[in-house]
Design a protein around this ligand. Structure first.
Ligand code: ADP
Ligand code: MG
Length: 233
């Protein structure tokens, strides 16, 4: 599903340049649940942003579902992003003046789906994440865990091939974090490919494979015996 070869990325700052990704090679098969671990500044978000087509590498190749991702114009990049990728962020990134249902329905609007169908689909995804009764509530009326569930429903609404989550539990307490990871595990059980960036070992242990980044290089890439969330709570 994802294939990356010898990926490099530097940030230029004036006459200085910061080499952040120093030759990353890795692939992710369809249906995997992978965590990208590493301390702050190790390049996790940079890597995820490149995988998410929010940023481009300086060198190396990236193939997503057989499509080479390189030098795409913004319109085509946006279309691929919509079709292939769903995003989940630490800070949820919900639209504060739209209720839960409208937040989930928004990506469907950009896909040109008619209003009635948008509402039906969005409601079914809210139900899937256990928030059917909260459809009419604004984000500030929801707990952190509920907000992240809405964000997960929104990410799923466009039926992406891959979900990319950058520190999805970073703003949540442990119990809520495990509940959110349990939902992510359930979504992966259905066959969806998911990448989770985290610096928390207990969160990474709930995925099936841990890729360890250090100073822009992969220093370890190991399968794990996935810990199921509900056993932890
Ligand atoms: P992580 O997500 O693992 O904490 P990042 O990928 O966000 O790490 O950042 C890696 C390094 O790149 C850090 O030193 C960070 O300060 C730097 N960095 C990230 N984004 C930018 C940017 N847009 N411009 C300049 N430096 C950046
Ligand atoms: Mg980061």
């Amino acid at each position: 599903m994802i294939e990356i070869k010898d990926l490099h990325k530097s940030y230029k700052m004036g006459s200085n340049s910061l080499h952040v990704l120093k030759g990353i090679n890795f692939s992710v098969a369809e249906g995997e649940l992978v965590s990208i671990m590493g301390s702050s500044g190790s390049g996790k978000s940079t890597l995820l942003n490149i995988l998410g087509m929010l940023d481009e590498a300086d060198e190396g190749s990236y193939t997503l579902d057989g499509v080479p991702i390189k030098n795409l114009n913004e319109k085509i990049a946006a279309r691929y992003r919509n079709k292939f990728l769903g995003f989940i962020f630490q800070s949820f990134n919900l639209i504060s003046y739209k209720n839960a249902l409208d937040n989930v329905a928004l990506p469907l609007y950009y896909q040109g789906i008619k209003r009635g169908e948008r509402i039906d689909k969005a409601m079914s995804y809210l139900e899937k994440v256990g928030l059917k009764d909260w459809a009419g509530h604004l984000p500030n009326e929801l707990s952190g865990g509920q907000k992240q569930r809405v964000a997960i429903a929104r990410a799923l609404a466009s039926d992406p091939k891959v979900l990319l989550a950058d520190e999805p539990t970073g703003a949540l307490d442990s119990k809520t974090s495990y509940e959110v990871m349990n939902l992510i595990q359930e979504i992966n059980d259905e066959g969806r490919t998911i990448l989770v960036v985290t610096h928390e070992p207990d969160i990474a242990a709930m995925t099936k494979r841990i890729v360890n980044l250090k100073d822009g290089r992969i220093i370890q890439d190991t399968p794990v015996n996935q810990v199921r969330a509900l056993q932890n709570v």
